[in-house]
Design a protein. Structure first.
Length: 350
């Protein structure tokens, strides 16, 4: 731990997307914040207008595109960038990271460390090939005290100061305590969990189910169908989570059921929106081209379907969505397949 007094130093946020700026604004209610944006134009826009993407940027937030300045002036960092950009971010940031830094990430995705794994479907993916963001931080930097944020945190609602809550998960009590101290306010509750892996995976896997829920909505189906999908989706999340070593209890709280319900029910969810557009007949290529921010669930589907196949774990929702994304099945046929899946028990994971 640094000898510096962390309470007197700014907190860092990496990533000026919708979620990153929302978290920066929440943090700014309690402390000074340095917001790193790779694009100098974004820094200039914040400095000149104190706004970004129609969102006001708190006066206690200082934008920068200087990683060295960023890391040297902040002891606690919140990296919140798409998973596809996360490895490069950590590699670029790593020279400036010290063992005293706290890193609490807010990225809900996975990385596969096997070359050309997407192109060759015969290649087996093992659990060792699949990296959460916390594992990536641990293996590519000197940072020891690592945590994550997960929960029903739709960025637009956070930006509008609507009531919400999140979970800070870490193996270290001091990371949880610091996350709660920095983030908690009258409208934002912060819970703690020691199950870092479980909380991370809950946030990652629900994106798959959100795409499926959106597809049902896009096809014109109602609440009965969505409720069925959410409940079966939760069970599938737990099966996959258990395969990857997560504790089932992580999926039954705010970062599991809470986040699942929010993202399976809201047009503010990027993954739900992808599903809606799929359900209305759009191609995944057109959807991705027109989206300004990443829908992590698309890549997660590709990873989990290959992982489940390697270990003979059933993941029918994920498998069906994968076939839709790769043009091997229509969205209508995927629904028919799921309705005929032979599950005789409601749940069997306890």
């Amino acid at each position: 731990m640094s000898s510096k007094n962390t309470s007197d130093r700014p907190v860092g946020v990496v990533g000026a997307g919708s979620f990153g700026t929302a978290i920066a604004n929440i943090l700014a209610k309690n402390t000074d914040v340095i917001l790193f944006a790779r694009n100098p134009g974004v820094v200039d826009e914040i400095l000149s207008t104190r706004r970004l993407n129609d969102i006001s940027i708190h006066e206690r937030i200082t934008p920068t595109n200087d990683l060295k300045f960023f890391a040297e002036n902040c002891d606690t960092l919140f990296p919140i960038v798409p998973s596809e950009n996360f490895p490069k971010l950590i590699d670029d940031l790593s020279p400036y990271l010290k063992p005293y830094h706290f890193l609490i990430h807010g990225t809900k995705g996975l990385i596969v460390n096997k070359k050309n794994w997407e192109k060759d479907e015969s290649k087996r993916i093992s659990k060792d090939n699949v990296f959460t963001m916390s594992r990536l931080i641990r293996e590519r930097s000197l940072v020891v005290r690592i945590g994550c944020l997960a929960g029903p945190n739709l960025a637009r609602e956070l930006a509008e100061n609507q009531p919400a809550a999140t979970v800070v998960a870490s193996r270290f009590d001091e990371v949880i305590t610091e996350g709660q101290r920095l983030l908690r306010n009258d409208l934002f509750q912060v819970y703690g969990s020691k199950d870092l892996l479980g909380i991370e995976l809950a946030g990652v896997l629900k994106n798959i189910i959100a795409i499926a829920a959106g597809a049902l909505s896009g096809m014109g189906f109602g609440e009965n169908a969505r409720s069925m999908l959410i409940s079966r989706g939760l069970i599938e999340m737990i099966w996959v989570g258990q395969l990857l070593g997560a504790d089932t209890r992580a999926f039954l709280g705010l970062a599991g059921i809470g986040d699942l319900v929010a993202t399976c029910s809201s047009k503010l969810s990027r993954n739900f929106t992808v599903g809606v557009r799929l359900g209305k007949g759009e191609s995944i290529e057109n959807i991705q081209k027109s989206m300004e921010e990443t829908a992590e669930g698309i890549n997660t589907i590709k990873i989990i379907v290959r992982l489940a196949k390697s270990y003979n774990v059933r993941a029918p929702i994920t498998e069906s969505l994968y076939k839709v994304l790769t043009g091997r099945m229509s969205i209508e046929d995927a629904l028919r397949f799921l309705m005929k899946s032979p599950f005789n028990t409601d749940f069997d994971f306890f």
